[in-house]
Design a protein around this ligand. Structure first.
Ligand SMILES: NC(=O)c1ccc[n+]([C@@H]2O[C@H](COP(=O)([O-])OP(=O)(O)OC[C@H]3O[C@@H](n4cnc5c(N)ncnc54)[C@H](OP(=O)(O)O)[C@@H]3O)[C@@H](O)[C@H]2O)c1
Length: 287
């Protein structure tokens, strides 16, 4: 792992500044997605700027706007080295939300297979680089976790995916996952104002497992964090969002970021944040 790159599973290098597609679709709800041409422009420009890690899901779809369809329309045939990371499993939003959790089938073997196959179809690939098993749905008692990982391992043995990650997992679930499968990444909520995963990040770093924080800037930072971010940002001539991203990159070399935006200007800023170096003084001030 270097300052600029890390590797998923030892064989998939990605630049540490990636891109998350969720906000292109207005998912989960009430979003304000960009128009189609802007969305396609953002995806193509991201790759031009060196982004080679796109985070997505087949269920990032709302009102006929689907992230995977946009990725395919913008970028297929995919440039060499572009790493597509998707997620299957439990949902807390989406079409399933109105049904009781017991009726959600995202974590069943059939549901997982359908999820992987839907991603293959919509992305237009024969194999997905990384599939995250997403936990965190309400109403699941956790008993589906091991069988779900075993299902993903079977799908991997069939050649439908290359690597397995986990998302929305507790530390205990992470430990259970590592006892079953080679886990290459963890995708959990973490940012400068939400640091519950500090210990998990260090465990992942020691094990060579990538940690991909979601909501790297979108969580609405608490006032203390915002005040400190603004002070450092003013000094560096950057924005608070850029400092928040640079802080994540400085936090640990196994962190890869996937900030989401529908704005070409914000995309440029987010990629530029990868070049922002925070001093010891800056980091101390950010706490
Ligand atoms: N595994 C999971 O359960 C899970 C959950 C949530 C998200 N994710 C993944 O994580 C990715 C990142 O999360 P996210 O997109 O929800 O949140 P985020 O990256 O923390 O924040 C996105 C929000 O910040 C704004 N923004 C982005 N860049 C900005 C900038 N430079 N200056 C000011 N505002 C900026 C965006 O608005 P504009 O569009 O106006 O820029 C958008 O409202 C998602 O896209 C998705 O791929 C995974």
């Amino acid at each position: 792992m270097t300052n600029e790159q890390l590797t998923f599973g030892g064989d998939l290098p990605v630049n540490r500044v990636g891109y998350g597609t969720m906000r292109l679709t207005g998912w989960p709800r009430g979003g304000n997605p960009p128009d189609r041409e802007t969305a396609l422009t953002v995806l193509r420009r991201a790759v031009e700027l060196g982004v080679n890690h796109l985070d997505t899901s087949n269920y990032y779809a709302r009102n006929g706007v689907a992230a995977n369809e946009l990725i395919r329309a913008a970028l297929h045939p995919y440039p060499k080295g572009l790493v597509l990371v998707t997620k299957v499993g439990a949902l807390v939003e989406g079409d399933d939300i109105d049904r009781p959790a017991a009726e959600h089938d995202g974590l069943t073997p059939d549901g997982l297979r359908r999820g992987v196959e839907a991603n293959l179809r919509s992305l237009g690939v024969d194999r997905i680089d990384v599939v995250n098993l997403r936990m965190g749905d309400r109403g699941h008692d956790g008993s589906a976790f091991e069988p779900a990982l075993e299902t993903l391992m079977s799908l991997r043995a069939e050649g439908l995916l290359r690597h397995i990650g986990v998302s929305n997992v507790t530390r205990a679930e992470f430990d259970r996952a590592c006892g079953i499968a080679d886990i290459v990444c963890v995708q959990n909520l973490y940012n400068i104002a939400d640091r519950d995963d500090d210990a998990l990040i260090d465990v992942c770093a020691a094990a060579g497992i990538a940690y991909v924080p979601f909501f790297p800037i979108g969580g609405g930072f608490r006032p203390l964090a915002a005040e400190r971010l603004n002070a450092v940002a003013d000094r560096l001539g950057a924005t608070a969002q850029q400092v928040a991203l640079a802080w994540l990159l400085a936090r640990s070399p196994n962190i890869a970021i996937i900030p989401g935006t529908g704005s070409p200007a914000h995309l440029e800023e987010n990629v530029a944040a990868g070049r922002l170096r925070l001093s010891e003084k800056d980091l101390a001030e950010l706490g």
